[in-house]
Design a binder for this molecule. Structure first.
Ligand SMILES: NC(=O)c1ccc[n+]([C@@H]2O[C@H](COP(=O)([O-])OP(=O)(O)OC[C@H]3O[C@@H](n4cnc5c(N)ncnc54)[C@H](O)[C@@H]3O)[C@@H](O)[C@H]2O)c1
Length: 301
């Protein structure tokens, strides 16, 4: 998509951090911007700040875990702007740190519900509308560098982001041919308030949680994120990815060697096996045949 001017953009987590940076940048580029978030007060502040900049903004409270509410919110956004949403930024996310073996079901339900369920709900609601509007569009989803490998302390977060990475890769296999671009942003550290995510956790998920709210740890995290990339710069990278139709948005170049080492360690898993090359070639040929036949059936996996 070369030009985003005039498009209606819906941004989850738009009251803060990465989402608010996206609202600023895409608003300045002439998008009409809907920001949704669970926090009314933060939304009000963000909306006022965007208005001051002359951005055409509509702010709505939405818990992205709530499927029914999604449809009503998008109806309202489309009514307000008189046009369909064609840019969806699935940005809202939460994090929690603690020992995985002590995790409660509530820990899993909260993190997976927001970070994976919220992304699914947004795309399930908005994508059919983008396709039926026939004006093209773009899905931008925020995962994390943490989604590429396991983590001793942020395991559920890492699992949620890993799922988001492969989900978006899958959309990217089919949507561009239908006029809908897909970009996946994997941040490392960004100057945001995510260290305070636990403060925003609904009470129902707080029971027996493994996540630490030790103020010394939160303060360490705040220091880390304070040195992170500016959300405006990050959103500008996202804009470039939309314009150039790029899927991977990996602007944290300091993580490149770590990722390479990780992928090397995965590939090293083959080294322990010396299976019969002829049998391996036979399996590969059978798989290729199956894929080709399935593609002709019209539902290639
Ligand atoms: N900050 C970083 O260093 C970093 C690194 C990697 C990935 N990310 C990802 O960036 C995204 C944005 O995070 P951020 O750093 O801007 O944090 P943030 O806490 O500043 O912003 C996240 C926003 O999401 C909102 N939110 C939380 N739960 C919600 C729900 N159920 N429904 C709707 N909104 C909800 C919060 O109220 C908040 O305004 C997240 O997906 C996060 O995982 C951030």
């Amino acid at each position: 998509m070369e030009d985003v001017t005039g498009r209606v953009a819906l941004i989850t987590g738009g009251a803060s951090g990465v989402g608010l940076g996206q609202a600023r940048v895409f608003g300045r580029l002439g998008c009409r911007v809907a920001i949704v978030d669970v926090r009314q007060e933060a939304l009000d502040e963000a909306e006022a700040a965007l208005r001051v900049e002359g951005i055409d903004v509509h702010a709505v409270v939405l818990d992205i875990r709530d499927r029914e509410a999604w449809a009503d919110v998008v109806d309202g956004v489309e009514e307000r702007f008189g046009d369909p949403v064609t840019l969806l930024f699935s940005t809202a996310g939460v994090n929690g740190f603690g020992p995985l073996e002590k995790a409660s079901y509530a820990d899993f339900d909260w993190i997976l519900g927001v970070n994976l369920g919220g992304v699914v709900n947004g795309i399930q609601t908005v994508l059919p509308r983008i396709l039926s509007a026939g004006r093209g569009g773009h899905l931008v989803t925020v995962a994390s560098m943490a989604g590429f490998q396991g983590s001793a302390t942020a395991a559920i977060y890492a699992a949620s982001k890993a799922a988001v990475i492969t989900l978006m890769e899958s959309y990217a296999l089919t949507l561009p041919a239908q006029g809908v671009g897909v970009s996946l942003l994997c941040p490392a550290s960004v100057r945001t308030d995510i260290a305070r995510a636990l403060d925003r956790r609904p009470a129902e998920f707080a029971m027996e949680s493994s996540f630490t709210d030790d103020p010394r740890f939160v303060s360490l995290q705040q220091q880390l994120y304070a040195g992170g990339m500016d959300p405006i710069e990050l959103a500008e990278h996202v804009h470039a990815a939309i314009v150039h139709d790029r899927f991977w948005v990996l602007p944290f170049t300091e993580t490149r060697e770590g990722l390479r080492a990780y992928f090397d360690s995965v590939l090293a898993g083959y080294d322990a096996f010396d299976t019969d090359p002829a049998a391996a070639a036979g399996r590969a040929a059978a798989f290729a045949q199956y894929r080709e036949a399935a593609r002709r059936l019209g539902d290639a996996p």
